[in-house]
Structure formats: C-alpha cells, structure tokens
Design a protein around this ligand. Structure first.
Ligand SMILES: C[S@@+](CC[C@H](N)C(=O)[O-])C[C@H]1O[C@@H](n2cnc3c(N)ncnc32)[C@H](O)[C@@H]1O
Ligand code: SF4
Length: 457
C-alpha cells in the first residue's frame, strides 16, 4: 500500500503528519536516482546460502475506497490485471537470472488488492516463483485480502500454494462509516470469509482496523472491536486514518466535518487498545496487537521484532526483494525502488529492462542508526551505545543524548544505565522521538516542540 508519490513507500500509507514511520532507514525521502545496473550488481553479490524475503505488489483494486492512501489503481475489468501478471512473471524470471536460485524464508503479497487475482492466476504466478526460487522452507507466506474479492476457490488456491497467513481489510463494522468511505462489507461476508479460511486450514489471520474514520465515535469503535473479538484474529493492525486530500485527491470525497478531532482519535485508539489488551492481545509497537499463539507475540518477547515496509514483522532476513510497480527492495547494500507508474513499469519490464529507478546505497553508520531506530519503534526503548558497539561503530551520540536528556526532564523518558525508555504518557510521540537518531532529519526544531506537534497532528 502506497501512492505514486515517490516520497511514500510501498505498503506504507500516507500519514497526515510529516514525521516518518521508519519502515526503512534512511527513509524513502532520501532516495535518489539509482541505476538498474547497480541493483543488478547487488543482486549478483547476494550470498547464495542466506534466505531472502520476497514482496509482490499487486496494484489493482476493483473499487476505490475513499479513505485509501495506498499505491493502487482501480480496474473494473480483469484484462489489465492479466496483462500485468504476465509482466510480473517476466520480472520474476529476469531477476532470478541475475540473482541465481535463492532460498526464500518469507513471501508477502500486498497492494492494492492481491485478492483480485483469479485462483488459477495466483497459482500460475506461484508456479513461476517456485521455478525461480527455492521456496520449500518458506516459513511465512502472507497475502493481503480485500474480503469483498475472495471466494472459497481463491481461498483454497491460497492454501494449496502454501499461504499460511492472511490479512483482511476490515477497517470498521459500522454501516454509516462504511458508506462514508465507499466500502460497504457486511458482517456476514466476513463470517463467510472466516469459515472458508478455517476450512482451508489457514489459521493465522490479521484484521486491519482503522480509527479516525468518518462518523466513528467511542461507541462505534467499541462495537467494531467487540465484533472483531468474536472472530479471534491472531493479529490486529489498528491504523490511524491518514487524511491527506492534497496528496490523495479522492479523499476530498470524505467530508472534513465527518472526521473525529485529534482528541477523539486519541481516545478511540486508547479505548480500542484497552479492550484488546483486556482480551489477551499484547500491544506491539505503534499499532499492532497479537494473541499469544501469533508468531509476532513470541518474536516480540524474544527481542527479535523488526520493522520493514509491511510494518512490524518476525522476518529476520537482511534481504527483501520487491516485485511490481513501486516495490522497494531492501538489501545489505542498500534500497532499490521500482518505478511507481504501472504504465512505465510494464514498458520497462516488457523491453527487458530493469524497473528500478530510485534508491540509495547504505553505509555502515546508516545500518547502525537503522538498528537504533528500529529498536525504538519496536520496543519504545533503546540502548544506542550498546547497538553502536555491536556494529563496531565509534560514535559519541552527543546531540542525541542531549535530546534524550531533555525528554527525561520533561517526563517523556526514563533512563536505566544506557537504556532509554519512553514513558506511557509519551508513547504517542514515538515517531518524534525516533527522529532524534535520524541523521537526515532537519534537527533545527526543538525535540519537545516536535513531540507536541506530533500529538497535535
Ligand atoms: C493494501 S490495503 C489491504 C488489502 C486490501 N486492499 C483491502 O483494503 O482490504 C492495506 C491497508 O492499509 C490501510 N489503509 C489504507 N489507506 C489508509 C489510510 N488513508 N489511513 C490509514 N490506513 C489506511 C487499510 O487498513 C488497508 O487494509
Ligand atoms: S481495497 Fe485496499 S488498496 Fe484498494 S482502494 Fe480499498 S483500501 Fe485501498
């Protein structure tokens, strides 16, 4: 999910506040022109015995949701999807030729709506992936699902292909809100979906929910969370609605007066979070919740939680290869992003050229700060000095520690030796606090102002 503005990243939606969500570091804002040949070299140099992750961006949806901040295109005919799929297979084959047969530990299909693919088309794409990569030991194979576009056949095709996790776009169960976002999906549809997933053997289910949508109140949020609990999804992502009509013109279809205020949004998140935690969900990072049987729960407890373009993940691989328009590859050498325009993507790949257009080589220091920021984003606490030592980087953190001390004085952080932890009160300031370690971020504003600005955003 992203948009075609290159400042935004694949599988990351636009946010109203300008602070990065740090699904990568350096963030995509720092990307510059990157030659496809450079990416080819990086692929060629990948260690052949280390498993990689694969991300497939399927940019099409059948219908436009007015709140959508993802990189997608509406296609009410299936023809463009078929043509796109042929080209996507070409990209997979071409890349595998450069990289060799790599072992794969994770696969993620995002969009747009991967569930738009017909069952046979999904199967034929996976056949190509299987022919080009070694996916026999893939531990997590996840697909993002628009519940309105799946049926029993598709769900059984996913299970047969090896899919073991799905993420359902639920958003909200309240009809008035569903109508206001042009996405009506009755509870009965979700019940049918869930029964089909159960019958197919796919039992790791995530629900995407959103607060801050039109006409949501504490009562409707409570009702949506209670309905969600009846389905017992093992994981829940609870996103704050990002209203950015200047970037996403279709969001102008959502009347501003129908949107909850910042205080109401905060109260909605807190209420939802509270109910979920009282019902056995562990709060993970900014916006995720997981039951004890979900791998994210264990990964969190083991201190191995990571942040990548899909948000919070148990994926520990150093290499994520992205396919499809706007997809970003994250590699030991750096980031490489495919062209966001679907048309240009199709032309480039069909002509046998690399679709990579932007990216960034990362330095050893970038990797160290990436680790610091990711730890903070996952655990609300970090020991930067310890992380620098692990990376064998000599860095004094003078400015960073001075900012952290200001936060301690303000009651936003506490310190235990070199471990700095964000207090409960300051949890909404997580992204502002992470900017302290962002070497590309304009540090001229005061850190306390940055926190206050984030809470008002
Ligand atoms: C690619 S979509 C998921 C799959 C499918 N397209 C669907 O909507 O069901 C990713 C998720 O991003 C979230 N999302 C999209 N636009 C958003 C926005 N403007 N603000 C916050 N979350 C948003 C929604 O929760 C959505 O389920
Ligand atoms: S189905 Fe998902 S990606 Fe498509 S428009 Fe709706 S929210 Fe956006």
């Amino acid at each position: 999910m992203t948009n075609n503005n290159t400042a935004l990243k694949t599988n990351e939606v636009a946010r109203p506040k300008r602070l990065p969500r740090y699904t990568s570091y350096p963030t995509a804002l720092e990307f510059d022109v990157l030659d496809g040949a450079r990416h080819d070299e990086w692929l060629n140099d990948l260690p052949k015995d280390e498993p990689v992750s694969l991300y497939f961006h399927i940019p099409y949806c059948e219908k436009l949701c007015w709140f959508c901040g993802c990189f997608m295109a509406v296609s009410n005919k299936y023809g463009p999807v078929t043509s796109f799929l042929d080209v996507l297979k070409l990209e997979v084959r071409a890349l595998a030729k450069k990289a060799g047969t790599l072992k794969v530990c994770h696969i993620h299909f995002g969009g747009g709506s991967p569930s738009i693919l017909e069952a046979d088309d999904f199967k034929s794409l996976i056949d190509v992936v299987r022919a080009c990569f070694d996916i026999d030991e893939c531990s997590e194979f996840a697909v993002e699902i628009d519940p309105r576009t799946v049926d029993r056949d598709k769900i059984f095709a996913y299970a047969a292909a090896g899919v073991n996790r799905v993420s359902l776009g639920i958003q909200d169960f309240n009809l008035k809100t569903q109508e206001a976002i042009n996405r009506v999906q009755p509870l009965k549809l979700i019940e049918e979906n869930m029964q089909n997933f159960k019958d197919s053997g796919i039992d790791k289910i995530n629900f995407d929910l959103i607060y801050g949508l039109p006409f949501q109140t504490l009562e409707t949020i409570e009702d949506t969370i209670k309905k969600t609990l009846e389905f017992k999804p093992s994981r829940i992502a609870l996103f704050g609605y990002a209203h950015v009509p200047h970037m996403k013109k279709h969001q102008q279809l959502i009347a501003k007066h129908s949107l909850p205020s910042q205080q109401e949004r905060q109260a909605q998140f807190e209420l939802a979070s509270d109910i979920l935690q009282k019902n056995g969900y562990k709060s993970i990072g900014l916006d995720h919740f997981a039951l004890e049987d979900d791998p994210l729960f264990t990964t969190f407890d083991q201190g191995k939680l990571r942040r990548n373009f899909q948000g919070y993940t148990k994926d520990g691989s150093d290499t994520l290869i992205g396919f499809g328009p706007s997809a970003i590859s994250s590699m030991p050498q750096g980031y490489a992003q495919n062209v966001p325009s679907i048309k240009t993507y199709l032309e480039k790949v069909t002509a046998g050229n690399s679709p990579v257009v932007r990216g960034l080589a990362v330095t050893a220091q970038d990797k160290m700060f990436r680790d610091v920021i990711s730890t903070l984003m996952c655990y609300f606490a970090v020991d930067p000095i310890k992380i620098a030592a692990v990376h064998a980087i000599s860095y004094d953190f003078e400015r960073e520690l001075s900012d952290l001390n200001k936060l301690i004085d303000a009651g936003y952080m506490v310190r235990d030796e070199n471990l700095y932890s964000i207090t409960d009160e300051a949890r909404p300031f997580l992204r502002a606090i992470a900017t302290i370690f962002d070497q590309y971020f304009d540090q001229s504003s005061d850190i306390i102002d940055r926190c206050i600005h984030e809470s008002e955003g």
